[in-house]
Design a protein around this ligand. Structure first.
Ligand code: ACM
Length: 510
C-alpha cells in the first residue's frame, strides 16, 4: 500500500500535480484581531509554493491595485513568487480576486480551499481589509514555522462602524514623518481607517501655512519640555496623507481653536487682543490661551489656515478642536465656532470638533467627538449631529495603565488593557445608541511621550482593543477569548520590534 501511494505520488509529480501530506488545520482558532464576523474551517491546507498564480481582471483598477499589494506582501512574507495572470492554471495553485456585491464598501470574503484562495469584495477598501487578514494569517503561520500552508475555510467580514480612528497629538511633542508612517502601518494592520492629527496646540504649530509662515518658523520650534519641536511642510503632509490613503486610512487634520492656540499667538502679535506676541510655551497646563474674537484679522487667519489645509486634505472632515477654551467667554466661543464652521463648509469639508462645540449652532452634518461631557454629546445629537466615541475614561491612549506604568497621565482614569477593551460604545451614554455613532477613536496625547518607543508603550497593545471595538460585532467580543488572541499578537508585535506594554496581568508568551 505504501509502495502504491509512493507510486501515485511519483506519478502525480510526473504529471505536475501535488502530493502533500494530509495536515489537520483549524482556521477558526486563528487569532485575528479584529476578530472576523464569520470564520468557518474546513480542516485542510492550501499549500504555499513558488509560482502561485494570482488571477484578476486587469481592466479593473481596484483589482490591479489590490493585486500589486498582495503580490508584494505575499512574496515578502512567504519568500515564494506570486505570478500575476500568467502561467498554466492546472499546474499551479491559484489566488483569485473577484468583484462581488456587498452592503458595505469594506466588507470582504476569503475562501481558502486546497487549490485556491478566492477573495471577494465590492470596492478597493474591502479588498484592502481582506489583505490585512491574509497578512495576519501569513505572519502567524510564519511565527509558528508553518509557512508552507494556510488553513482552509471561509472568512466573511464587515465593520461594525464606518469610522475607526486613532488620534496622534504631534503638537505637545513632535513626531517625524517616518514615525507617523510607522504608526500608520500598524493602524492599517488592525483595520483602522482614520488618522486624526492634532496639528496645533499651545506648545507648537506643526503644519506649514504658506500665507502665515511664522506659525511654523517660530511657533513650530517649541514642544513640551524645551525647544526641539518641528513641523511638516505641506509637501511632507501631502506625502503622509498619500501614504495613509494607500492603506485606506483617511487623515483628519485638527487645528484647535479658539483655545489651545498659544503657538499661533506667539507667532503673530496681531492675533492677540493686546497686540503683543505671547511667549512660546513648553509646559502642560491647558486653558490659558485664546484667539481674539474682536480682531478682524483672526477670521482672515482662520480662513487662510483652513483653506490651505483643506486644499491638501482629500478626506471629508476638518477638525476644529473647540475643547477646554477656558479663557474664551461663552458668547465669544459661540461666535468662534459658528464662524469657523462656515469657513470649513466654504472649503468643502464637514466639521468635526470636541464635544463642547455643541453649545454653538452646529449643523446636522457635524460630528461631535465625545471625550468628557455626556450632556454635550447628547446635546449634539439634539442638533442633528453624529457622535464619535472617544471617552477619556476608556479610550484615551495617554492614560496610564496603572499607577506603576511609566508614561502617561491619569486625570481621567487608569486604563488597563482590559478596561480599554471591555466597554460598549452603544451603551456607554444614556440616550446615545449605535445609530447616533459614526465610530470609535483612540486619542494619544503626547505630553509624556516624545519618540516611537514611548508612543508604542502607550498605544500598544491597547490600540488593538479599540480596533476590535470599532470593527467586530459586540456579541463576538469577550475578554477571555480576546486575551488569548492578544497574547499571540504580543508575539507578532515582538516580531516587528514594537515595544508594547507588557502588562503583568497578562500571561505573555516568552
Ligand atoms: C481633550 O482631551 N482636551 C479633548
Amino acid at each position: 500500500m505504501k509502495q502504491f501511494s509512493f507510486l501515485l505520488c511519483l506519478l502525480s509529480v510526473i504529471f505536475f500535480t501535488h502530493c502533500e501530506q494530509q495536515i489537520e488545520t483549524h482556521l477558526e482558532q486563528f487569532p485575528l484581531i479584529p476578530i472576523a464576523n464569520v470564520m468557518e474551517e474546513t480542516g485542510s491546507a492550501f499549500f504555499i509554493k513558488d509560482n502561485t498564480v494570482l488571477y484578476f481582471d486587469e481592466q479593473d483598477e481596484d483589482l490591479k491595485r489590490t493585486a500589486i499589494k498582495l503580490k508584494s506582501n505575499w512574496e515578502a512574507q512567504t519568500n515564494n513568487s506570486l505570478l500575476l495572470n500568467e502561467g498554466i492554471p492546472f499546474l499551479h495553485s491559484k489566488i483569485e480576486l473577484i468583484k462581488s456585491d456587498f452592503d458595505q464598501e469594506e466588507a470582504y470574503e476569503i475562501n481558502i480551499d486546497k487549490k485556491a484562495i478566492v477573495i471577494r469584495a465590492s470596492a478597493a477598501s474591502g479588498f484592502y481589509r481582506a489583505l490585512t487578514s491574509v497578512d495576519q494569517l501569513l505572519r502567524f503561520q510564519k511565527l509558528s514555522s508553518n509557512l508552507n500552508f494556510l488553513p482552509t475555510g471561509v472568512i466573511r467580514d464587515a465593520p461594525k462602524y464606518s469610522y475607526r480612528g486613532a488620534m496622534l497629538d504631534v503638537s505637545r511633542h513632535f513626531f517625524t514623518v517616518e514615525e507617523v508612517k510607522q504608526y500608520i502601518d500598524l493602524l492599517a494592520l488592525y483595520k483602522i481607517n482614520h488618522l486624526h492629527l492634532h496639528l496645533s496646540d499651545d506648545q507648537g504649530w506643526r503644519i506649514e501655512i504658506k500665507s502665515w509662515p511664522n506659525l511654523t518658523e517660530y511657533g513650530g520650534r517649541s514642544e513640551v519640555g524645551g525647544m526641539t519641536g518641528g513641523f511638516y511642510t505641506q509637501e511632507e503632509y501631502k506625502d503622509l496623507v498619500a501614504y495613509a490613503q494607500d492603506r485606506f486610512i483617511t487623515v483628519v487634520p485638527e487645528i484647535d481653536i479658539p483655545g489651545h492656540t498659544n503657538a499661533a499667538l506667539a507667532s503673530y502679535p496681531e492675533l492677540n487682543c493686546n497686540g503683543k506676541t505671547a511667549e512660546l510655551y513648553t509646559g502642560i497646563e491647558v486653558g490659558f490661551s485664546t484667539l481674539c474674537v474682536d480682531n478682524e484679522i483672526t477670521f482672515q487667519f482662520l480662513d487662510d489656515v483652513i483653506r490651505e489645509i483643506s486644499a491638501i486634505t482629500p478626506g471629508e472632515y476638518f477638525h476644529i478642536g473647540g475643547d477646554e477654551s477656558l479663557s474664551t467667554n461663552e458668547e465669544d466661543y459661540i461666535v468662534f465656532i459658528n464662524k469657523t464652521q462656515d469657513i470649513v463648509e466654504k472649503y468643502g469639508k464637514n466639521v468635526m470638533g470636541w464635544d463642547e462645540i455643541q453649545s454653538s449652532n452646529i449643523k446636522p452634518n457635524t460630528v461631535a467627538q465625545y471625550w468628557a461631557d455626556a450632556d454635550n454629546a447628547t446635546g449634539a445629537l439634539k442638533k442633528g449631529a453624529k457622535v464619535l466615541m472617544s471617552p477619556a475614561k476608556y479610550a484615551y491612549l495617554d492614560m496610564q495603565y496603572d499607577s506603576l506604568s511609566t508614561y502617561g497621565l491619569h486625570w481621567a482614569s487608569y486604563i488597563s488593557i482590559k478596561r480599554g477593551y471591555d466597554w460598549n460604545p452603544d451603551e456607554l451614554v444614556e440616550g446615545i445608541t449605535g445609530e447616533n455613532i459614526i465610530g470609535v477613536e483612540a486619542p494619544l496625547w503626547s505630553e509624556t511621550i516624545s519618540n516611537f518607543e514611548e508612543l508604542s508603550y502607550l498605544a500598544f497593545p491597547r490600540l488593538l482593543g479599540y480596533a476590535e471595538i470599532g470593527w467586530s460585532k459586540t456579541e463576538q467580543r469577550e475578554w477571555d477569548t480576546y486575551q488569548k488572541r492578544l497574547i499571540e499578537h504580543g508575539v507578532l508585535l515582538d516580531s516587528m520590534s514594537i515595544k508594547y506594554y507588557h502588562s503583568p496581568n497578562i500571561p505573555w508568551k516568552k
